[in-house]
Design a protein around this ligand. Structure first.
Ligand code: ATP
Ligand code: MG
Length: 454
C-alpha cells in the first residue's frame, strides 16, 4: 500500500458534515429566522463622564474624523473594540467610527475616502497620517426578519440605539463621544466591563444562530481579555456549536487564526475544548487532546503557550503558517506513530499533506499558509535525517522556510518535545545559523483590471 493510501485510510472525521454545509442553503434562510433587534422603545443611554479615556491614547486620525463630522453637525462616536480597550487600559488595534452621516455625505466631507462593502456600505477615510479609519453609518434594525438573513442590501440607517443592539457583545457596543468626553452605554456594557463579563446583547441562542461566527468571537474575547463568559452565553456556545456549519468558512478561518495568533492561544484552546467547539472545528485535534485524561496535559497546550510567547516576542505579527504547524504537529505525531511502516523520505510530504487535507478543506486554509505548515513539518523530519552533516545543515539553513522551521524548533525544545539527540542537534544548528526574525507574509498584490489574454 502506498503511503498516500495509508494516510487516506487513517483519516478520521467524526463530524463529516461539520463545516461542509453550504451557507446558501442554510435552513435559517428558508425559515426566516427571527433576528434579535432589541427593545423598540427609545432608551436613554447611561452616560459616563468620569472615565480614564484620554485623547492622547486615541489615534489622531480618528480624532480628526470625529471632529470634522461634529463640525458639520453629525453625531459621531468612537465605537467597538477601541472604546472597550481604552476603558480596560489596553492598546486598541484599530479605531472605528460610527456616525449619523450617510456614506455619500461622508465621502463629500473627506478628500481621501472610499466607500466599501457590498452588503453594508461604509467609508474608509484615510487620515492625514495615513491610517484608515472605518467610518460606518448607524445601522437600523432590519425591516423584517427575512430581509436580514437574505441580505443583499443592508443599507438602512438607524440611531445610536439601534446600532448598539446590532452589535455582538455588551462590552463591544459602547460609544465614546470625543466632543463631550462621554461614554454612552445602551446595553449594560459598562457594568459588564467592570465585572469582566462577556455577554451577548440579547438572547445568546438567537444571536449565535443569526451569526455563528460570534461563537468564535466570544471565545476569542473571553480568552484575550481574560473575561468570564456569562452563564447563558456559555451554555449557548455549547448548545449552538454545530451552527458553525452554516457560517461562511473563510470567516471561521479568519476568526480562528485571530484567536490563536492574538496572544491568548492557550486560554482559547482550553475554552474551545471545554465548550466542545474544537470537536466541530477540528475533530482530529480534539481527538488528540482527548487522548489525555486532562486536555491541558496534551502537548498542544504547551505549544499554544509557546505561540503566546512568540506573539509577545514578534510584536503581534504571527504568521498563520506557524499557528497551523503548532496545531497540526501533535496530530501528525499521533497518527504517524501508528503507521504500519515508516514513510520513506520521498513519501513524507505526501503523508503530511494527505493528513492535513481534511482540516485544510474544512477550514478553507489558504494554500500559502498550508504550504508553509507542510514545509515546516517536513523540514523538521528532514533535519533528523541530516544527522549532523555540515553540508546538509548549511543547505537546510538556506531554504526559504528555515526561519519558520527554526522558530518551531525553539518551540519544540521549550515544550520538551525532542529527544536528547535531536535537541542537541538543533541547539548547534540554531547557534550556527540563527534565523532572521519571522515576518507575516505580505498579502499578494491583486491585479488591477482584467487579465490580459495571452
Ligand atoms: P479587535 O480588537 O479584535 O479589533 P473589535 O471589537 O474591534 O476587536 P472587530 O472585529 O474589529 O472587533 O469589530 C468591530 C466591532 O464591530 C465589534 O466591536 C462589534 O461591535 C461589531 N461586530 C463585529 N463583528 C460582529 C458580529 N459578527 N456581530 C455583531 N457585531 C459585530
Ligand atoms: Mg477592531
Amino acid at each position: 500500500m502506498s503511503i498516500g493510501q495509508i494516510a487516506k485510510s487513517l483519516r478520521f472525521d467524526p463530524f463529516p458534515r461539520a463545516l461542509s454545509a453550504d451557507p446558501a442553503n442554510s435552513p435559517l434562510k428558508s425559515i426566516g429566522f427571527q433576528l434579535w433587534c432589541g427593545p423598540m422603545e427609545n432608551v436613554e443611554p447611561i452616560k459616563l463622564t468620569d472615565h480614564i479615556i484620554s485623547h492622547k491614547d486615541i489615534e489622531t486620525d480618528a480624532l480628526q474624523v470625529l471632529s470634522r463630522l461634529h463640525d458639520y453637525g453629525f453625531y459621531a462616536y468612537l465605537v467597538g473594540g477601541s472604546v472597550r480597550d481604552l476603558l480596560l487600559q489596553r492598546t486598541p488595534k484599530d479605531f472605528d467610527v460610527v456616525t449619523s452621516a450617510q456614506p455619500d455625505e461622508i465621502r463629500r466631507l473627506f478628500r481621501r475616502c472610499r466607500l466599501v462593502g457590498r452588503r453594508f456600505r461604509l467609508a474608509h477615510v484615510i487620515g492625514r497620517r495615513g491610517k484608515v479609519i472605518e467610518t460606518a453609518t448607524f445601522r437600523a434594525k432590519p425591516e423584517d426578519d427575512r430581509e436580514a438573513l437574505l441580505i443583499t442590501d443592508d443599507n438602512r440607517f438607524g440611531t445610536p440605539q439601534s446600532d448598539a443592539y446590532r452589535r455582538d457583545f455588551t462590552v463591544n457596543a459602547l460609544f465614546y463621544d470625543s466632543g463631550r468626553n462621554e461614554v454612552l452605554d445602551y446595553v449594560g456594557g459598562l457594568e459588564d466591563l467592570d465585572a469582566r463579563i462577556l455577554r451577548t446583547i440579547g438572547d445568546p441562542v438567537t444571536r449565535f444562530r443569526e451569526d455563528p461566527v460570534r461563537i468564535l468571537r466570544a471565545i476569542k474575547f473571553a480568552a484575550r481579555l481574560d473575561f468570564t463568559l456569562e452563564e447563558e452565553t456559555r451554555k449557548a456556545i455549547t448548545s449552538e456549536r454545530t451552527e458553525l456549519a452554516k457560517a461562511a468558512i473563510p470567516r471561521i478561518y479568519e476568526e480562528l487564526v485571530r484567536m490563536l495568533g492574538g496572544g491568548a492561544a492557550e486560554r482559547s484552546l482550553q475554552l474551545l475544548n471545554e465548550l466542545r467547539v474544537l470537536e466541530v472545528l477540528a475533530p482530529e485535534i480534539a481527538a488528540v487532546c482527548s487522548l489525555y485524561p486532562e486536555p491541558e496535559h496534551c502537548v498542544l497546550h504547551r505549544f499554544m503557550h509557546c505561540l503566546d510567547d512568540q506573539f509577545h516576542q514578534i510584536q503581534g505579527k504571527m504568521p498563520n503558517g506557524l499557528i497551523l504547524t503548532a496545531l497540526f504537529w501533535p496530530v501528525y505525531q499521533a497518527i504517524s506513530s501508528e503507521l504500519p511502516r515508516a514513510p520513506r523520505p520521498d513519501e513524507q510530504r505526501i503523508l503530511i499533506s494527505e493528513l492535513m487535507r481534511p482540516m485544510a478543506l474544512r477550514l478553507a486554509v489558504p494554500r500559502r499558509s498550508m504550504e508553509m505548515a507542510i514545509s515546516t513539518i517536513e523540514g523538521h523530519l528532514r533535519f533528523k535525517r541530516i544527522n549532523g552533516r555540515r553540508s546538509g545543515r548549511v543547505g537546510f539553513a538556506r531554504t526559504p522556510n528555515y526561519p519558520m522551521a527554526a522558530v518551531f524548533a525553539t518551540m519544540r525544545r521549550e515544550v520538551g518535545d525532542m529527544s536528547t539527540n535531536e535537541n542537541a542537534a538543533w541547539e548547534q544548528q540554531l547557534e550556527e545559523f540563527p534565523p532572521p526574525p519571522l515576518e507575516q507574509p505580505k498579502p499578494r498584490r491583486r491585479r488591477r483590471g482584467p487579465r490580459r489574454r495571452r
